[in-house]
Ligand binder design. Structure first.
Ligand code: HSE
Length: 297
């Protein structure tokens, strides 16, 4: 069996809707091996699809198809640490596991670029799949077929603190609330902030991040689907976060915090509990610069 480690991801980073994402030091593990039957199980008792509807299996099968091979079965063992439907890239982690595992089983016929393209085609946008594969912060443009991307490694003392509620938000629903058209003014509002975000993160101008994560394309609409979202943002800022934004499609709120802000997580949890929001848990991560790795063959 090949064992693969895939990082969680945080997409959009505020204004970079469908374009920016970064990988976190928080991982799913998937063991994948050849089999004539579909033999799928989770190692942690989590209920995962054990038939051909399993997303890792679907992605592996897509790669086999692209390579002109037939996939008759697969043995999969999943360890799912990344919570599902919370805006932390759990489905992208499955897609990348399936593609990287299948590519390895076939002797690595596809290049990294091919995998980035195929993953975006399966997911529909590249901002979770590309950083899950590549690590770091990834800027990506997807034309429906190919992804033009840049991965930048990030060495910073920033913490990414995920405030994760105890309810799910399905990406399809969270995309369904978005407007079909936006004004020229709002487009400029977002593109300037998305550019400001990467430049500020990479040059250490962290005081810009609060402005950079504002957007007019998705967060205002998604806030309505996330009860108490505004209060959670306020708590993060009250305890000194540089920035807070809805991670991916939500409902997780991600706070970007200076390493020196030592007790941020504890203070935020205390405030959440005091505000009657004890269903929200707080988890501290860094940026993963390696992306998906095969850890045993
Ligand atoms: N860019 C995507 C969205 C990320 O915001 O819908 C979630 O998959």
């Amino acid at each position: 069996m090949i064992k693969i480690r895939i990082p969680a991801t945080s997409a959009n980073l505020g204004a970079g809707f469908d374009a920016l994402g970064l990988a976190l030091t928080f991982y799913n593990y998937v063991e994948i091996g050849e089999s004539d039957t579909i033999d799928i199980a989770s190692t942690d008792g989590l209920d995962v699809p054990t038939d051909e509807k399993n997303l890792i299996y679907i992605s592996a099968k897509d790669l086999f198809n692209v390579c002109g091979k037939e996939l008759r079965g697969l043995k999969l063992r999943q360890t799912n640490n990344i919570p599902m439907a919370r805006g932390l890239g759990s489905s992208s982690a499955c897609i990348i596991a399936g593609l990287v595992g299948a590519n390895k089983l076939l002797g690595d016929p596809l290049t990294k670029d091919d995998l980035v393209d195929l993953a975006a085609q399966i997911e529909g946008h590249p901002d979770n799949t590309a950083p899950a594969l590549l690590g770091g912060i990834v800027t990506a443009v997807f034309d429906g077929r190919r992804v033009e991307w840049v991965k930048q490694e990030v060495y910073t003392k920033l913490k990414f603190v995920a405030l994760i509620p105890d309810f799910e938000l399905v990406t399809e629903d969270a995309r369904g609330t978005l407007p079909k058209e936006v004004s020229h003014k709002d487009a400029v509002f977002n593109l300037s902030r998305a550019a400001l975000f990467s430049a500020s993160l990479l040059t250490g101008k962290y005081e810009n991040l609060r402005t950079a994560v504002n957007d007019k394309l998705h967060q205002p609409y998604r806030m309505a689907l996330i009860p108490n979202c505004k209060e959670v943002f306020d708590i993060a800022y009250a305890h000194g976060a540089y920035a807070a934004y809805i991670s991916g499609a939500g409902p997780t709120v991600m706070a970007i915090v200076d390493d020196k802000n030592e007790f941020f997580a504890g203070k935020v949890k205390f405030s959440l509990d005091n505000a009657g929001l004890s269903g929200w848990t707080v988890h501290e991560f860094g940026i993963d610069n390696n992306g998906t790795a095969i850890i045993t063959e």
